[in-house]
Design a protein around this ligand. Sequence first.
Ligand code: NAP
Length: 321
Amino acid sequence: MKLVLPGGSGHLGTMLAQAFHGQGHEVAVLSRSPREEPWRTVFWDGETQGPWVAELEGADVVINLAGRSVDCRYSASNRRSILDSRVLSTRAVGQALGAVRRPPGVWLQMSTATIYSHRFDAPNDEEMGRIGGGERGAPNTWKYSIEVAKAWEREVDEAKLSGIRRIKLRSAVVMNPSRGGAFDILLGLVRRGLGGEAGSGRQYVSWIHGVDFVRAIGWLIEGDVEGVVNLAAPNPLPNTPFMRALRSAWGISFGLPAPRWLLEVGALFLRTETELILKSRRVVPGVLDREGFEFRYPDWPQAARDLCQRWKDDNLLRGAR
Ligand SMILES: NC(=O)c1ccc[n+]([C@@H]2O[C@H](COP(=O)([O-])OP(=O)(O)OC[C@H]3O[C@@H](n4cnc5c(N)ncnc54)[C@H](OP(=O)(O)O)[C@@H]3O)[C@@H](O)[C@H]2O)c1
């Protein structure tokens, strides 16, 4: 099978490219700065049609992951590039799919679990979940992220295509041990004794183990599901037990809690936003559950133990190099 991965040079794309290339599939990553990899990388600018479109001819799958990182302050110029990089790249993929004679049978498009509302009372699945934006008291930055997610998904819906299965992946935070990823950052806090609860600790954390993320993508490619799919482990949990389980997996009992004001100050210094930590994302995988996908890591304590072990193994390997 041939997979084309626009924006596949980042965290998730590298995981997917490694997995599918390792299984013997042909992988082509589209990047604005192609570099040497075990798979092919091809230039695109993320906006306009070009020679890269030929990669889609006769391919089986396209997974679009392109988007400027959201790990920054939401200044006016960053807001514009966060939105444009998602909308324009998705539009370019949709146009290219319409232009080739033998397009892939399935288009998987990244979206985000952040599209759902900040809530504690009930979980958000694809059918009954409440789209956010209207919550009273939600900061302007959270509303902005929801507008981005909606615009992103709209591009998929508005693409004039027939015979191509379209899947919008509302993914929770993907946990894998790679350097600079969300898990690495959280574990860094725990290792320094700073891994206590964040804010009130009541906000739900939705997550998915990287192994299940890759397995779910493979499973969706093989099946016949289309439309919105939540990629999240079935058991999200509040931040307090989430951090407690991570401390316990690492073997440390104490973690300094971080009140909201401290997080806001810290985020200012680190040039980032607190949304990822403070918004309550109670997202569950309704479609994956209903259609019989089996998670290898459904529960956080088990996933956290596994990720800590993988993190140690990776660091041992890095030290040995
Ligand atoms: N990581 C998660 O847990 C998670 C969860 C939910 C949703 N998502 C979404 O899934 C996507 C992939 O996540 P990731 O963690 O792999 O992100 P990432 O590491 O930041 O990679 C995204 C890729 O997008 C490309 N890109 C950046 N700015 C661009 C622009 N202006 N125009 C076109 N392409 C641009 C970059 O490729 P080049 O520089 O090589 O062109 C980059 O490698 C993102 O859109 C992210 O918002 C991620």
